[in-house]
Design a protein around this ligand. Structure first.
Ligand code: TXA
Ligand code: MG
Length: 354
């Protein structure tokens, strides 16, 4: 299949290309588009055949439900049976924005979109291109992240091209997705509501608005028998670079010393080696010997810089053929919880205390 790639920015949306993209969605085709979190791979949420195409293009297991994206609150009524009071409070504070809510789905939504579940995930994105596309399509758009299943989520149009060129109808390249981490998912069908996936909208922010909120245990721990995630997608190995990646947690200098020894050994054995650190810690690796890629994710005092580069850095390691990665752990405060959730999964839960 030929994939049409069009470039535009939020400030200069090409309406004629957007209309074409909307038409593709209405006809049951697939369009990748930027959002303020990561790129999404969109299909008509009410069309089970289109959802099937999404699963095929991504190589995604079909029990892993998709998020329906809307561009106004009326679209929500077509998808859900009821909107609990607590959801209304969250919506009025955080929508449009990087928050996905889980509702009971109504009977019009095909189970092909929801991975067989009776609930549906809904998000109202803030990105102008995403909203323009949803309006042009005239239907809510089911969209998982636009990566091949298991790969790091795409934060640039080029990442989508790398993964999905030739597999979908169209890619709208809108440059860098702003935040770089997928939305916070909150299940509002349970009391108190439950965070299923942490994101830019943090536990602290949600707690301040609604008082009571819990976090699904699998956000912190590896899923196992008896500890199944409520978001089916959280059970799969995710975000993974090709390299064997281990995270070291502990006192700053001790961690760096351990990482230096391991990285020098690996490099001496001929393995292409990478290190993940932060700007403030780069100096600790200045004297490392061997051909080692030392990469800073960002500024520890500005965790949003770390979030926005995280998936890109993992993909860049793949492109360079890095075989083994040693990385520092980061703080789990605020948005740090989402950062460490993604890094820990990328490392296959290989976290070592030093
Ligand atoms: O920021 C985002 O949320 C991005 C952009 C494109 O909007 N989308 C995204 O979609 O991250 P995806 O498919 O990569 O992740 C959706 C997650 C999966 O873990 C899935 O299992 C969970 O949401 N999910 C979807 N519907 C659900 C439901 N009804 N109940 C529980 N979890 C659900
Ligand atoms: Mg994903």
């Amino acid at each position: 299949m030929d994939t049409k790639v069009v470039k535009m920015s939020e400030d200069s949306i090409d309406q004629s290309e957007i209309s074409q993209a909307g038409e593709i969605i209405r006809r049951g085709g697939l369009v990748a588009f930027p959002t303020e979190t990561v790129y999404g791979l969109g299909a008509d949420a009410m069309n089970a055949d289109a959802a099937l195409k999404v699963y095929r293009a991504k190589g995604r297991p079909s029990d892993n439900p998709l998020i329906a994206h809307i561009a106004d609150l009326q679209m929500l009524d077509d998808l859900v049976t009821d909107v609990p009071k607590v959801a209304e409070t969250l919506m009025s504070r955080f929508w449009p924005g990087p928050m996905t809510l889980i509702f009971h789905k109504n009977e019009k939504v095909p189970k092909g979109t929801t991975g067989g579940l009776n609930t549906i995930a809904v998000r109202y994105p803030k990105h102008k291109i995403a909203c323009a596309l949803i309006r042009a399509a005239g239907v809510s758009i089911a969209a998982p992240s636009a990566n091949l299943s298991g790969r790091p989520s795409p934060t640039t149009g080029q990442h989508v091209i790398d993964d999905l060129n030739g597999r979908i109808d169209m890619i709208i390249d809108g440059g860098m997705a702003g935040m770089g981490l997928e939305s916070t998912i909150i299940d509002v069908t349970v009391t108190p509501p439950l965070i299923l996936r942490p994101g830019f909208i943090t536990y602290e922010m949600v707690k301040e608005v609604i008082g009571q909120i819990d976090i699904d245990k699998v956000v912190f721990e590896k899923p196992k028998e008896g500890l199944k995630p409520r978001a089916p997608g959280m059970k799969y190995r995710h975000y993974a670079p090709n390299a064997e990646y281990t995270i070291y947690r502990g006192q700053r200098e001790k961690v760096a010393r351990r990482i230096c020894v391991l990285a020098e050994n690996a490099s001496a054995c001929g393995k292409k080696t990478g290190i993940i650190t932060a700007q403030q810690n780069l100096e600790l690796y200045e004297n490392i010997s061997g051909e080692i890629e030392v990469v800073s994710l960002g500024d520890l005092d500005k965790p949003e810089t770390i979030a926005s580069r995280l998936f890109k850095v993992l993909r860049d390691f793949d492109k360079k053929g890095v075989e083994v990665i040693y990385g520092e752990a980061f703080s789990e405060d605020n948005v740090g919880l989402a950062i460490m959730n993604r890094l820990t999964k990328a490392a296959g839960y290989n976290v070592i205390d030093v």
